[in-house]
Structure formats: structure tokens, C-alpha cells
Ligand binder design. Structure first.
Ligand code: NAD
Ligand code: UD1
Length: 308
């Protein structure tokens, strides 16, 4: 599909995944607008060639102006941290749920939504496919699940929409500076500056780490299908896992980092986080079969790239 001339809105485009997406869509020739309040993102990450609206998705006038005349929306703005949503459930309800539902209602173009593996809660079977029960354990997962559910209930009389359920995304540009940052960004940052890392729990929890370049490929493929085929797209009204299918424990992650930097890490253990899921590993066959998407970057390749 030709992105040249397409006007694309990326909410959360000053964040980790959104800024990668903005760069890629600009490379493909799209006219990109980023809407972000920089609460977790950074305006410096917004590519110069993109239009930047610094504002909050909960503000009605801001949404109206950002959505005006666009051909597609990638809705990524959210409070992305599970414990931060637990600490601020009212605000995360406004941002992650209410504002997302408003964007779904108010947009008159295709929407791709950043859903999450967190909607499955503690899995009853592994690997998790899209038919797995939706049973989130905390506010973050509940709010993502409600938007994901709204997309699956959307019907054919509205604009087209799809939800991509990302598992644990990692790669360059993930901010390591907060306790709420993604675990890999924290571990890499600490280990490359000879500081100790802390594992919450026994380190035997698993995550399915998917490289950001594979996530961007999934977002773009899905967006193209919705733009080209509208509500006839196989993506419309559907949710897709975006994952590798390879569960890795945090203790194994430590080993991979140690092998990559050639040093032992100083590892401490603390009590498990409230609301933390113990096991997570997904099945991406639905995305593979519908769109020929497949994950390309392995965990050790991605970690080596981060360390180099
Ligand atoms: P991120 O925190 O880097 O990006 C989110 C962006 O949203 C930030 O730039 C932040 O400033 C912005 N934002 C937050 N509240 C806002 C508001 N009220 N108005 C406007 N902008 C606001 O996180 P990320 O890792 O890039 O995640 C992007 C999306 O993918 C999020 O929706 C997240 O829930 C989802 N997701 C991420 C992962 C992951 O592992 N990183 C996994 C599953 C789903
Ligand atoms: C992550 C994403 C969330 C996404 C979900 C999908 C972030 C910040 N969170 O949540 O947006 O929807 O995946 O699966 O990107 N941990 C430590 N030490 C640390 C930090 C974390 O042991 O210093 C542990 C946590 O307790 C948890 C695991 O690492 O067991 C992963 O934590 P985290 O990176 O915050 O991600 P999730 O909670 O899985």
C-alpha cells in the first residue's frame, strides 16, 4: 500500500513504541501527526518531520483538532505501566479507558489500538491464543480489556478498527529512568553502568519479549489492511496477539544479558509486585495466518543490539 499522502495520527507518538512508528511511517511517506502530553514520553523523541500536538487525549477539543482530516489513527497513548495504573486508577480510567472509547467513537477513519497481553490475566493455558478467557487482574488490564472488547463489538456500520495485543515490547528508545519502565530497559541500563538490578519475586515469572521492530511491522500491516479494505478487512473488529511464543524467565533474561556483556550482574530479589502476572507467553498464529507477519528479532539479538 502507498502511505505517501496519507495523513496519520499517532497518539502516544512521543513514547517508546509510538516514536518508532512515527519514524517508520515518515520513511514510508506518510504525513504524520503526533498527539502526546509527554507525561511519560519526550518531545525530543518526536521526529522533526512530524506535526506535534502537545496535549492530553482526555481533552475533547484536543481530540477534535487532532482527528480532523486524518486517514488513520494508531492509538497508543496510555499509562503503560501496570503498577502506575494500580496507584492512580481514576486517572488511568480516564486516559486508558474513557478517552480511548471517545477516540473510537469520534474518529471517522480506521483505528489500530494498542491492546495488551495483560487482558488475559493469569493464564489458564499456555501459549495464550486470542480465544483464551479475558480475565485481567488489575486496573490496567481491565481498562485495556474494555477497549479491546469495544473494538470486537464494533460491527460494520462504523469505521474500521482492530486491536493488537502486545506482549512485552523491548528495544532502543524505551525509557529506563523510572521504576515503572519496562523491565528490560531497566536491566540493560543498570547492567551497562555496573549497578545492581532488583528482581521482584523469585525471577521465575515468564514474559514473552517481542522486539519493537516486529511490533511496528504488525501495526503497519494491520493499518494498511484497514485502510485498503475498511470493514471488509480481516483485521476489522478483531484482536491479534503480537508476541514470539517464547516464554523467558527473568532469571534467564539475566543470563542472556550476562552472556552479552561478558560480566556477572549483581542481582537482588525483593517481594513480588502487587497485581503482577506470573506467566505470560502468547501464540501469534492468527496474525501470521491473516497477514503473513512473523517475529524476526530474537531476545538475544535484541539485547545485543541494546548493549552495542
Ligand atoms: P510509553 O509510555 O513509552 O508511551 C505512551 C505514551 O502515551 C507516552 O509518550 C505518554 O506521554 C503518552 N500519554 C500518556 N498519557 C497520555 C495522555 N493522557 N494524553 C496524551 N498522551 C499520553 O509506552 P509504550 O511502551 O510506548 O506503550 C505504547 C502503548 O502500547 C500503550 O498503550 C501501552 O499500554 C501499550 N502496550 C505496551 C507494551 C509494552 O511492553 N511496552 C505492551 C502492551 C501494550
Ligand atoms: C508490560 C508493559 C505493559 C504491557 C504488558 C503486556 C511496560 C512498563 N509494561 O507489563 O504496558 O501491557 O507488559 O504483557 O512496558 N520487574 C522486576 N524488576 C524491575 C522491573 C520489573 O523484576 O526492576 C518485573 C515485574 O515485577 C514483572 C516483570 O519484571 O514481573 C515485567 O515487568 P514490566 O516490564 O513492568 O512489564 P509488565 O508488568 O509485564
Amino acid at each position: 500500500m502507498e502511505w505517501a499522502g496519507k495523513r496519520v495520527l499517532i497518539t502516544g507518538g512521543a513514547g517508546f513504541i509510538g516514536s518508532h512508528l512515527a519514524n517508520r511511517l515518515l520513511e514510508l511517506g506518510a504525513d504524520v501527526t503526533v498527539l502526546d502530553d509527554c507525561s511519560a514520553g519526550d518531545s525530543a523523541k518526536v521526529p522533526e518531520a512530524a506535526n506535534f500536538i502537545e496535549g492530553c487525549i482526555t481533552d475533547s477539543a484536543t481530540r477534535t483538532s487532532a482527528l480532523d482530516g486524518v486517514d488513520a489513527v494508531f492509538h497508543l497513548a496510555a499509562i503503560a505501566s501496570v503498577p502506575l495504573c494500580e496507584a492512580n486508577p481514576e486517572w488511568s480510567d480516564k486516559v486508558n479507558l474513557q478517552a480511548s472509547l471517545k477516540i473510537l467513537q469520534e474518529a471517522s477513519c480506521p483505528i489500530v489500538f494498542a491492546s495488551s497481553a495483560a487482558i488475559y490475566g493469569e493464564p489458564v493455558s499456555i501459549p495464550i491464543n486470542e480465544d483464551h478467557p479475558i480475565a485481567p487482574v488489575g486496573h490496567y488490564g481491565e481498562q485495556k480489556a474494555a477497549v479491546d472488547n469495544a473494538i470486537r463489538s464494533i460491527g460494520v456500520d462504523s469505521n474500521s478498527a482492530a486491536a493488537l495485543r502486545f506482549f512485552n515490547v523491548f528495544g532502543k528508545g524505551q525509557d529506563p529512568s523510572s521504576q515503572y519502565s519496562g523491565v528490560l530497559s531497566i536491566f540493560i541500563d543498570r547492567s551497562t553502568s555496573n549497578r545492581p538490578i532488583t528482581i521482584f519475586g523469585d525471577g521465575e515469572q515468564t514474559r514473552d519479549f517481542i522486539h519493537v521492530s516486529d511490533v511496528i511491522a504488525a501495526l503497519i500491516t494491520c493499518g494498511e489492511s484497514l485502510i485498503e479494505q475498511g470493514t471488509s478487512s480481516p483485521a476489522h473488529g478483531e484482536s491479534f496477539n503480537v508476541c514470539t511464543g517464547q516464554p523467558v524467565t527473568l532469571n534467564q533474561v539475566v543470563k542472556v544479558i550476562e552472556d552479552s556483556i561478558g560480566n556477572k550482574l549483581e542481582v537482588g530479589y525483593d517481594k513480588a509486585r502487587d497485581g503482577d502476572i506470573k506467566y505470560s507467553s502468547g501464540d501469534s498464529i492468527k496474525l501470521q495466518q491473516n497477514f503473513g507477519w512473523a517475529p524476526k528479532t530474537t531476545l538475544s539479538e535484541g539485547i545485543s543490539d541494546l548493549i552495542s
